[in-house]
Design a protein around this ligand. Structure first.
Ligand SMILES: C[S@@+](CC[C@H](N)C(=O)[O-])C[C@H]1O[C@@H](n2cnc3c(N)ncnc32)[C@H](O)[C@@H]1O
Length: 430
């Protein structure tokens, strides 16, 4: 069934997918196509998979395009790049969808775009040449999937072997990780595996989230296994007052409430706070919610703990957001690191003497992680090392200095999946 009436089967969804890919190539964050874009669930799933594969394989597609477009990318070519990348992704990396359909519908999609229809025969030629070189292009070095500047940084921080693992994790994508109120019952109801703590993992999913067992009843929320680590490290008695200072959309707020703390959830972004509110409502959880700039926040009463899940480059989430690999620039790292230093200083001011700060970022960059210890110490905080006996985390994540470092090269669970990159450090106000 076609996603748009009057178009040949399968063409409408490709046009929608190419439009979405075009937006991401122009710098937008990838938001999956939803029901309002493509009504048929199977068409929608295919379209989203095509965009995702094109984004995961971006580095390989760069190489293929450089090899096949002798005169480079044509100027003023409308959606040419997105349509071609999508067709190449399908042809080379989604063989189960059929080479004929990749070529034929790719060329048809190009014909339907008024700004790029003059390039339909070039498209046909490029796709046919790619098809003839399938073995070569599907055998490209996986490390080409990571831009060189990031590859160099990550090799320095995590070693060469980690780069190969990161590239593999990028190709495979992320499973659905869930934090459950009752992990044993939820794992049973969903056919999921238990990882550690209250995290369970669903490797295969055949329906939308809202239709999964326990969602409507508020039995669980989506949260990567690594993202679930920081809130557990607050480790205070139930009833403690905890400020979640960059809280939305609320995954960690929900964990803090589950742990029995009295939680204040603050965020500067009102739209994201709406999502936090509706997430907590679904879970039947309550928190004090404050829309404010953390940098200007002066609480009436200080807190026993602050969780600072700081805005960051989010490079640790590349399995879910592969576009970040190609959108981030070195200046983003220094920019975020500077904001994080200011937030750490502000978070320290919100703590009672002896209060605990848990600082975390979903970034793989040392400037946003280990290096921020200096900013914490400058704000009057002392390191409070995380210890081996106080929780469960992936083997290899606990570092000698008592901070946690997860990355998509670490293996978790019996089925051997990976997890996001997170840095977690804990401090106490002196
Ligand atoms: C990494 S996200 C938080 C994710 C959240 N902790 C969770 O687990 O669901 C960072 C958040 O920081 C917020 N933020 C960025 N700058 C801020 C500021 N100056 N004051 C308050 N919130 C800010 C963003 O709106 C964003 O929601």
């Amino acid at each position: 069934m076609s996603a748009a009436p009057g178009l040949p089967p399968g063409l409408g969804l490709r046009i929608k997918a190419a439009d979405r890919l075009g937006e991401v190539l122009a710098g937008a964050h990838f938001a999956p196509l939803d029901q309002s874009d493509i009504a048929d669930p199977r068409d929608r799933a295919l379209a989203n998979r095509m965009v995702t594969v094109a984004l995961r394989r971006h580095g390989h597609l760069d190489h293929v395009l450089a090899a096949l477009l002798e005169r480079g990318m044509p100027k003023k070519s409308g959606n040419f790049a997105a349509i071609l990348r999508l067709a190449l992704a399908q042809l080379l990396f989604m063989p189960e969808t059929g080479a004929h359909s990749a070529v034929h519908l790719g060329v048809e999609a190009m014909r339907r775009d008024p700004r790029s229809r003059h390039l339909a025969s070039l498209t046909n030629a490029v796709l046919r040449r790619a098809q003839a070189r399938t073995a070569e292009f599907t055998g490209l070095d996986p490390q080409l999937l990571i831009p060189e500047w990031l590859r160099k940084r990550w090799a320095k921080a995590y070693g060469d072997a980690a780069i190969a693992a990161f590239a593999q994790a990028l190709i495979e994508g992320a499973p659905l990780d869930i934090t459950a109120k009752d992990p044993e019952a939820a794992a049973m109801a969903l056919g999921a595996d238990r990882l550690y703590g209250d995290t369970i993992r669903l490797s295969e999913r055949d329906r939308p989230l809202a239709e999964l067992a326990g969602f409507a009843e508020g039995g669980w929320w989506v949260q990567d296994a690594a993202a679930a680590l920081p809130a557990r490290l607050v480790n205070l008695p139930a009833g403690a007052r905890v400020l979640d200072i960059c809280a939305a959309p609320g995954g960690k707020t929900a964990q803090l409430i589950k742990a029995g703390y009295r939680v204040t959830a603050l965020d500067a972004d009102e739209t994201r706070l709406e999502r936090l509110k509706s997430n907590l409502d679904r879970l039947g959880y309550e928190a004090e919610i404050i829309a404010a700039d953390a940098l200007a926040f002066e609480p009436d009463e200080r807190f026993d703990a602050v969780l600072l899940d700081a805005p960051c480059t989010a490079t640790g989430t590349f399995r879910r957001h592969p576009e970040l690999l190609w959108q981030k620039r070195p200046a983003d790292i220094s920019d975020r690191a500077a904001l994080q230093r200011r937030l750490i200083a502000q978070a320290a001011k919100c703590l009672n003497p002896g209060g605990v700060l848990v600082y975390c970022v979903c970034s793989l960059e040392p400037e946003e992680g280990d290096a921020q210890r200096e900013a914490a110490e400058a704000a009057g905080l002392v390191p409070m090392p995380i210890t081996a006996g106080e929780g469960e985390w992936p083997a290899g994540a606990l570092q000698a200095d008592g901070t946690l470092r997860s990355h998509p090269g670490l293996i978790v669970g019996e089925k051997g999946g990976t997890l996001d990159g997170f840095h977690v450090a804990r401090f106490r106000r002196g």
